[in-house]
Design a protein around this ligand. Structure first.
Ligand code: PEP
Length: 241
């Protein structure tokens, strides 16, 4: 059974106080949310502990925005899987395009992070997607297939979410056509050994386009950046029709 997973990626936004304020506005809207939808918040590392306490007993799960492959060691600035699971984190975003673009993540380091997360019981969300130039040059399919082939070596597809995030659509307001996102997600699914992996779309998902996106048969949820920062807009997204 493919699960619907809607995740808010807060990137480098919100202090602890701001994240608490968000919850006060957001949680009441979840009374309308169908039970089978998995709702996640992925705040900065500094907010995970306080949100874990505040979300105790609620249906919102916590995700981190990255994880290192070692359990501990001399890796300044990194966070390990046991550090995340100890405070109740269940999911982790891996290979986000901003990590690949600004921090040198490669398919190889992404693969190491995916395996380490799974070893400790976290569910990784693997992000894949092409640049505008790669799309214009007809490389979308081959690029995504190589991200999957290299990223998923020895990764357990029974505990995995994938997000298709065309880079040109992230933070630009330039959403991928829902039918095109559906096509690429179908291609991603055709490369997997487990047909039940949930595959999200991400890239300028907003209250005014979520219904059309979620109406597509291959799309199992959304990874949402900017529109997850405001309680009302994220609530409209998780309560899509
Ligand atoms: C993201 O951060 O993964 C993302 C899709 O951002 P936005 O929704 O702002 O495009």
């Amino acid at each position: 059974m493919r699960k619907i997973v809607i995740a808010g990626n807060w990137k480098m936004f919100k202090t602890q106080a701001e994240s608490q304020e968000f919850l006060q506005g957001f949680l009441p809207y979840l009374e309308e949310t169908p039970q089978e939808r998995e709702i996640l918040l992925c705040p900065p590392f500094t907010n995970l502990n306080i949100l874990s306490k505040s979300l105790h007993g609620s249906r919102v799960q916590l995700g981190a925005q990255n994880v290192h492959w070692e359990e501990n060691g001399a890796y300044t600035g990194e966070i390990s899987s046991p550090m995340l699971t100890e405070i109740g984190v269940r999911y982790v975003i891996v290979g986000h395009s901003e990590r690949r673009q600004y921090f040198g993540e490669t398919n190889l380091s992404v693969n190491l992070r995916l395996k380490a997360a799974q070893k400790h019981g976290l569910t990784p969300i693997l992000c894949v997607g092409e640049t505008k130039q790669q799309r214009d040059e007809g490389e979308t399919e081959s690029l995504i297939i190589s991200q999957l082939n290299q990223g998923l070596v020895n990764v357990d597809q029974d505990n995995l979410v994938i997000a298709y995030e065309p880079i040109w659509a992230i933070g630009t307001g330039d959403t991928c056509e829902a039918t095109e996102a559906n096509r690429v997600i179908g291609l991603i699914r055709s490369q997997l050994s487990n047909p039940n992996v949930s595959i999200q779309y991400g890239g300028s998902v907003k209250p005014n386009n979520i219904d059309e996106i979620m109406a597509q048969p291959e799309i199992d949820g959304a990874l949402v950046g900017g529109a997850s920062l405001e309680p009302e807009s994220f609530a409209r997204i998780v309560n899509y029709n």
